[in-house]
Design a protein around this ligand. Structure first.
Ligand code: DC
Length: 230
């Protein structure tokens, strides 16, 4: 079968990147974390004082886009690409709560989305890519051969995120993480530009009670089915 495009969208901290990474490794595809790009733009704006106490002037963010260069380098340890902001590896910084608390406000800006969309389409133009995010199956690659829409119980998602942050030495309370996830879900689903939506032809994967292995098996079976039908 020809190399295909796999779009994985869904709510915050559903484990999209975990399954996307495993799938890309298994298939020998590249993995693109589109959320990392919005996070890197947000980090830049925080560092430059363009975002202050969750407030910013839209035009200043748009202007900042001209000074932001994003690049990605494969990290054989994590089996995924690290995100570079103007040549600096910011993979760790973009996961901080301050970035998480502001990223949804920045990602509603049309010009930010257009700039990121251009990059994302460029990165996936040769197919053989697994990309995760919020609008990959609906907007970035509406013709993707396989679209997955992921969801999971909120308490489970929150605990997974708390565990992930704790393992990275970031200490946050359960309630703070839960508030952030629900706030982002609301904002990502209700924005005007390319909101989070389940694509009509997406397959829903609710991983509340599924192990990583079971999820990977489920998605690999979908890939196999595509092979048979093509
Ligand atoms: O996947 P993530 O949680 O790292 O994404 C961070 C934020 O970026 C998310 O809350 C909304 C935004 N985002 C987006 O608007 N569109 C995407 N395709 C990916 C992420």
């Amino acid at each position: 079968m020809q190399r295909i495009t796999i779009a994985i969208d869904g709510y915050s901290s559903c484990g999209k990147s975990t399954i996307a990474k495993a799938l890309a490794t298994k298939l020998g595809y590249s993995y693109v974390d589109s959320g990392a790009m919005y996070r890197a733009v947000t980090l830049y704006c925080l560092r430059k004082g363009i975002i202050k106490d969750a407030h910013f002037i839209r035009e200043e963010v748009v202007k900042a886009l001209d000074h932001i260069h994003l690049s990605f380098e494969y990290n054989s340890h994590t089996k995924a690409s690290d995100t570079f902001l103007n040549g600096e590896n910011v993979e760790k910084e973009i996961r901080q709560m301050e970035v998480s608390n502001n990223v949804s406000h920045i990602s509603v800006i049309k010009e930010v989305r257009e700039t990121m969309a251009k990059l994302q389409r460029e990165m996936g133009k040769n197919r053989g890519v697994v990309m995760d995010g919020r609008d990959i199956g609906t907007n970035i690659f509406p013709d993707a051969e396989l679209k997955i829409f992921m969801t999971a119980d909120t308490v489970i998602r929150t605990q997974r995120r708390v565990d992930e942050l704790t393992s990275k030495g970031v200490h946050v309370s359960f309630d703070e993480v839960k508030k952030n996830l629900l706030g982002r879900d609301y904002e990502d689903s209700h924005r005007k530009e390319n909101p989070l939506r389940q694509a009509k032809d997406a397959v829903v994967l609710d991983n509340t009670d599924l192990s990583r292995e079971e999820q990977l098996e489920f998605v690999l079976r979908l890939v196999e089915d595509l092979k048979i039908s093509n």
